[in-house]
Design a protein around this ligand. Structure first.
Ligand code: HMH
Length: 229
């Protein structure tokens, strides 16, 4: 792969690094998520309440497994500064992100059964299964592959150069996925993955590469699911 090839993204990643190569190899699927109808409508403030609620109900189930993954990183990482960074992010999620969900569920009138135990859409089932699998594997590189995709792909759409919508239910979800703090967090995850990853050509590298492709596909399907019922 030519190192002159640049990554059309918000993070600072060498194209020949582990994360850079996987990101480039999945560019088509990745960009389909970044430019998904849901994101266009979110920025425009035109996404229907029905679609937004369907997405957020599923994403709250994603969020629970995501918190479990960060906990597994706290327990697993070999780096003391990284352990504290994961712990700090857990605090932010418990306050700001859970707060967004609770406030928006209330505003949209989402019933509590949908918040605690909704029927899971297929992409949610796949995603949650992958997340619990890596959380239980206690394999730091496996955990980081899932985390890097989840955050980097969201940073890429969050930083799209579009006017912001006025309503908090739209705007706050964008604000949670853009800006200096979220960019620095995502950069930290990418740097940790590049530090912890095995060579891409090794058996472990191949396993991680397979997981990467699978998760990027699930991200796109997750957006699609908000429009199908
Ligand atoms: C499905 C999905 N992927 C990534 C993120 C960002 O953490 C999210 N909230 N939901």
């Amino acid at each position: 792969m030519s190192s002159a090839e640049s990554l059309p993204t918000t993070a600072d990643v060498a194209p020949e690094s582990f994360a850079g190569q996987l990101r480039l190899a999945s560019a088509a699927e990745w960009d389909a998520s970044v430019h998904h109808r849901f994101i266009d409508e979110l920025f425009a403030g035109t996404v229907s309440d029905e679609v937004l609620a369907r997405y957020l109900v599923q994403d709250y189930q994603f969020f629970d497994a995501f918190v479990a993954m960060l906990g597994a990183c706290v327990a697993t990482t070999d780096s003391k500064p990284a352990r504290l960074r994961f712990a700090a992010q857990l605090g932010m999620l418990a306050a700001d992100e859970d707060g967004y969900f609770q406030q928006t569920f209330a505003e949209l009138g989402v019933p509590s059964s949908q918040i605690t135990s909704p029927e899971l859409a297929e992409p949610t089932k796949d995603f949650v299964a992958q997340m619990w699998e890596v959380a239980q594997s206690r394999d730091y590189a496996d955990l980081l592959v899932v985390l890097v995709i989840a955050e980097w792909l969201y940073l890429d759409w969050g930083e799209r150069d579009l006017p912001l919508p006025a309503e908090p239910k739209h705007r706050d979800w964008i604000d949670l996925h853009r800006g200096d703090d979220f960019r620095a967090w995502t950069q930290f995850l990418i740097d940790e993955l590049n530090r912890a990853a095995p060579p891409l050509e090794s058996d472990d590298g191949a396993r991680l590469s397979e997981r990467w492709k699978r998760i990027v596909g699930i991200e796109r399907a997750f957006f699609d699911a908000a429009y199908s019922r």
